[in-house]
Write a protein that binds this ligand. Structure first.
Ligand SMILES: *Cc1c(COP(=O)(O)O)cnc(C)c1O
Length: 367
């Protein structure tokens, strides 16, 4: 079986260093908001080219706390609207709605799967306060166009970087391209912890101050509560794991890129559409997503060849029961995607013979 993503193998590469980091935390006697988190925050801010980084509990909380922070700063309030791609993973949308704001779904560009700047402007109303763009599958959104629209209408721009650690846009890193960004370190992400974790990056010192308190019961000084905060902290153990893995994130990115370029140059099948890359270095290949009109057949074919594939994602957010109020809405590009995408195996530990086996299998697919 060619696995989709062999997490055990990925982490075993760093087993020695991870165990040493674990011991360091155990022996420190300090487990929440200590030196490991502080150091990781500094290292990750630098990696992203952002002034500040704050470790939080997970990726959903990272996005949610950005919006919550803007509410405390009176930049946003209940009922305001946030533009978000209709085809994103549900977490992006939950981060908006759980704060009492209204997600306004906008269709993606059918070739990049990212927000289509041409469709953003017509979705803007007097209540719009932000554009929450998602660098889906690991490819950075065209930020110049989005930042330009935001400037014109005085909107905040937030990046969902949960799939795009280390992606670049015109020489700058994802997480440093807008007003604020949310990252996930869920184990399967390109920078994955050994449990849950997330982070916010920003250059905005007042937002950073607000989130720094909000993630810790709304408190900056122990037992003095400025906001009705939450408990969403990156813990010392995960920060220590992430400090090890951050040292390898670029190397792993290079391996993913090698696999993607093999797939891109060698997959040749009239029924399969391979992904397109908009800018040099824009894609870090969290997922390698192909499209086909014959998904059911292709899934069966890959399974028969012992190749594990997944669907990201099978059901569009507006078709979920959780958002019943949107079930009758129509987003044709998004719906088509959800009916036709398949993610092929890709990971820093996928070996070349297996990559070639996937290519052979895909090329042999007939209908
Ligand atoms: C994984 C993911 C999230 C949520 O991250 P968690 O750490 O699982 O909360 C948000 N947005 C996108 C696009 C994701 O892929």
């Amino acid at each position: 079986m060619i696995p989709f993503l062999d997490l055990k193998k990925i982490n075993q590469q760093y087993s020695q260093e991870l165990k040493e980091a674990c011991s360091r935390v155990i022996d420190s006697g300090w487990y929440i908001l200590g030196n490991e988190v502080k150091e990781f925050e500094n290292e990750f801010a630098e990696y992203c080219g952002a002034k500040y980084c704050l470790g939080v509990g997970n990726g959903l909380d990272a996005l949610s706390l950005i919006i919550r922070g803007y509410k405390e700063l009176e930049v946003m309030s209940d009922g305001d609207e946030v533009i978000v791609p209709a085809n994103t993973y549900i977490a992006t949308i939950l981060a908006i709605s759980e704060n009492g704001l209204r997600p306004v779904l906008v269709e993606p560009d059918a070739s990049t799967y990212n927000l289509d700047p041409d469709l953003i402007e017509e979705a803007i109303t007097e209540k719009t306060k932000a554009i929450l763009t998602v660098h889906l599958y690991g490819q950075v959104t065209g930020m110049d166009e989005i930042n330009e629209i935001a400037q014109k209408y005085n909107l905040k721009v937030i990046e969902d970087c949960a799939q795009a650690h280390g992606a670049e846009y015109k020489g700058k890193m994802a997480g440093g391209l807008a007003d604020a960004a949310g990252f996930s370190f869920y184990p399967g992400k390109n920078l994955g912890a050994l449990g849950d974790g997330g982070a916010v990056t920003t250059n905005d010192s007042s937002l950073k101050e607000a989130i720094s308190a909000l993630r810790n019961y709304g408190s900056k000084k122990k037992y003095i509560n400025e906001f009705k905060g939450v408990n969403s902290r990156l813990d010392e153990m995960q920060a220590a794991m992430l400090r090890v893995k951050l040292r390898y994130v670029d190397e792993e990115k290079a391996k993913r890129r090698e696999i993607a370029s093999l797939y891109l140059s060698k997959i040749k099948n009239e029924h399969i559409k391979v992904p397109s890359v908009s800018y040099d270095k824009a894609h870090v290949w969290h997922l390698f997503v192909v499209e086909t009109n014959y998904r059911k057949e292709l899934l069966e074919h890959l399974e028969k060849d012992n190749i594990q594939s997944l669907i990201h994602y099978p059901v569009a957010p507006h078709k979920q029961k959780a958002y019943e109020e949107w079930n009758t809405y129509s987003y044709p590009i998004t719906e088509r995607m959800h009916d036709s995408v398949i993610s092929l195996p890709i990971s820093p530990v996928l070996e070349k013979p297996n990559v070639l086996a996937v290519i052979d299998s895909i090329n042999a697919f007939k209908i």
